[in-house]
Design a protein around this ligand. Sequence first.
Ligand SMILES: Cc1ncc(COP(=O)(O)O)c(C=O)c1O
Length: 382
Amino acid sequence: MIAKHIKNLPPSGIRQFFDLVLGMPDVISLGVGEPDFITPWRAREKAITALEEGMTTYTSNKGLFVLRKSITNFLEKRHNLEYDPEEEILITVGVSEGLDLIVRSIVERGDKVIVVSPHFVAYPALVEIVGGQVLYLKTRQEDNFKIDLKELKRLMKENPKAIIFNNPSNPTGTAYNTEELKKIWKVISSKDTLVISDEVYDELIYEGRTTSFAALDEEAKRRTILLNGFSKAYAMTGFRIGFACANKDIISAMTKIHSFAMMCAPILSQVAATEALRAQKEVAQMRSEYKRRRDFIVKELNRVGLVTPKPQGAFYCFPSIENFKISSLDFAKRLLFEEKVALVPGSAFGKEYDSYVRISYANTLDNLKEAIIRIERFLSKL
Ligand SMILES: Cc1ncc(COP(=O)(O)O)c(C=O)c1O
């Protein structure tokens, strides 16, 4: 009954693993990529009021104008980036939908797409679903998981239709500064390749600042599809609100698919997201808490023998388990069953990454402290 290309598609390594975790009591989960904070009250309150007032309808396909306008104002302030709220932005159901729409809008059967790895689980799957071919651009721990320009140049010779780039990165936490982005852009700009820039962790950056790929120069803006959303920095995963910004031809193609497949993002979530942009104080508080946790976990992981470069953003680290001569799935399963700590095997983020695991520090400092005690005890048994 099922189409062959879907049947052959491997399931998400993260979900597969978390089906195991479900129902196990007393597990400390350092697995899921989800904030442990609740959405700022002012955003929830707006949604409650809107519901009480009977806001229960569809919105325009592109999303509420007030939200589109608030986001474009925000991007102008944050990245000095100007987008027309009428034609150059689409409100999506999370960044997840934005990714699906852009891949379906631009990738034809046989087109090549560079995916920087280790990578977010959805990227290669979405490309493969539409018959595209993934070119993996591997990064290494000794380079802080940053793109090797020589390797990028080599893959660019294959004339890729697009590159999917995530900054800061899930699963490594690596973030690029403006100079590094400029060097990457110089290589990409030698061809017509489009840049799908997933910036969902843009506001979760702990040292310095990063630039949106689209803000590098006019041509970069013309060729970049900026994807971002409210799930991470605003702790709004359940609201499912993302957005895509790009030139009007691209947004119009994405909107066409969105209007047939999704119609629009939920109205109450759009109301909450509009208000969330005003919750910058709360976002700053969450960011500073993540930073405190990052500093703790990275120091402790290195102390117990899991080599971990210091990530600059997102809420993940990606330590090496190479010294323990065990696959990442066995490591994760044994740690779960023997010590009740859940993390994600590195192999979920690319088959080359079987000697790594991903740890999310979106958990309380107390839980992180207890997790380290359990991990240290587990390592002593290996
Ligand atoms: C890199 C990356 N992109 C996109 C998403 C999806 O986010 P959303 O909740 O906005 O669909 C995630 C969620 O984990 C992510 O880590």
